[in-house]
Design a binder for this molecule. Sequence first.
Ligand code: GLN
Length: 485
Amino acid sequence: MMDEITSISVSKLSSLLAKKEISAVEAANAYLEKIQSLNSEIGAYISITAETALKQASEVDRLRAAGEKLSPLAGIPAGIKDNICTKGIPTTCASRMLENFKPPYNAFVVDLLEGQHAVILGKLNMDEFAMGSSNETSYFGPVKNPRDTSRVPGGSSGGSAAAVAAGLAAFALGSDTSGSIRQPAAFCGVVGLKPTYGTVSRRGLVALASSLDQIGPLTKDVKDCAMVMESIAVQDKWDATSVCHPNPEFTKGIENGVQGLKIALPKEFFAAVSDEVKNAVLAAAKQYEKLGAKVEEVSIPHLKAAHSACFVISAAEASSNLGKFDGIKFGYRAQNCSSVDDIYKLSRSQGFGKEVKRRILLGTMFLSTGYYEKYYSKSLQIRTLICNDFKNIFERYDLILTPTTPTTAYKLGEKQGDSLDIFMGDICTSSVNMAGLPALSLPCGADSQGLPVGMQLIGKAFDEQLLFRAAYAYEQNANIGQRKD
Ligand code: GLN
C-alpha cells in the first residue's frame, strides 16, 4: 500500500482523499515511511518535518470529517526547495552560511500551500544558493538520481526532482533562474514548469538573480503541474514584480489537444545537444504532427549569446544579493575574529562554498568600473535581442519545442569543478529566463541506457494554459511508458 500511495498522481490522490478512501494521515505516513527508508540513499531532503506534517494531515482529516469544503491540495504531501522560507523551519540554501537559519516568516507560496492545507514533508536539497546544474555543490552532500543512483539528478532543484521521481513527495516546489526546475526535471524523468516571470511571488525565496528567478512546481505528470500552479499563481501585493495572471485556470481546456497549433523547432537548440536527445525530441515533434499540429524549423540567432549574457547577469545580481550574508546580521559567523574586517572576511570565506565565491567574485567584477560596459551593459543589450528573437517567432507560432538539456544525466563527479561545462547544461533553458517566458519540461522517452530525456515547450508570456494543453496531449498519446492515471 505504501508504494501505491506514493506513486499515484496528485489529482488521483486528491480524489481518493475527497472520497475518504484514504485519510490524509495515511497519505502522509506513506510518504514519511518512504522518506525514512530512501532518503539516506537519495539525499533529497535536508530537513524532514514529520511532526508538523502529521499535525497538518490530521487537521485535514478533522476538517473533512466536519464536512468542510477543502481545496484540491488539502492533504497532499509536498516538499519545498530549501531556498524557500519556512517559518521556524531551517532554510539553509544548502549552504554552511545558513545552516542554522530559521526564518521568522513563511514565503508567500508556503502561506498559500498551508492555507490550502497541503502537508509539508520537509525541505529539499539543492545546489548551494541555487548555483549549479548537478546538485553537487550542496554543503549537505549531493543528491542522487533515483533513476540511476550513480548519476546526478540535475540542479539546482535536484532534491525537488529526485523527491518527486522517487515517490518522496507527491509534488515539490523548486526555483528556476536559468534552468534549475526544468533541467533536473529532465534528468529525473518528471514534469517541471518555469512560469512566466511575475506569476508566482518571489517573496521569501532567497534571491539568486532577482530579474530571472521564478518559483515553480515539479510533479509526476502534466495535470498535477497545472493543479499546483492553480494554487500558487496568486498575486502578492508585497512583491513588486508579482502580477495578476490573466488566465489562471491552468487545468481548463487541458484535454483540448493540439489540432491546428503551429509549433516552431529552433535549429540552434538542436545543434547544442547529443544525437540521442535530439532524436527523442524530433520523434516527439513527429508525434505532434500526427496529433494535428503543424511543425516547422525556425531560427533563434541569439541563443548562444543569450546564454553567456545570462551567466553575466545572474552572477552580477547574485554578487549584490549575497552581500547581505556578512556574518553580522544573520548567518554564519566565524569564531576568533580579531577585527570587524576579519568578521566579514572569515565569515564569508568559511560560510560560502567554492562555486558561490566564484560567482560573487565574477559578478563583482562584471559590475565594476571598466568592466561594467564591456560585460554587464552588453548583456542587457543581448537580453533585448533574445526577447526580440522570441517575439518574432511568436508572431507566427503558438509554441516552441526544444530539448531541455544537452545530454541525459551524467555520472556523479564527472563534471565537478568544471563550472563552465556545468553552466553549459543550461544552454536550452537560460534564454527563457532572460525573456521571462513560461516553459515546461516533460519526459519524452529514454536514451540507450534507459535514462530519461526531457523536452521543453516554451510559450508566450502568460500562455501556460496552452503549454499544459500541448504537454498533456503528448503525455496521453506518446507511447513511452508514461503515467496516464
Ligand atoms: N545552472 C544554473 C547556475 O548554475 C542554474 C541557476 C538556476 O536556475 N538556479 O546558475
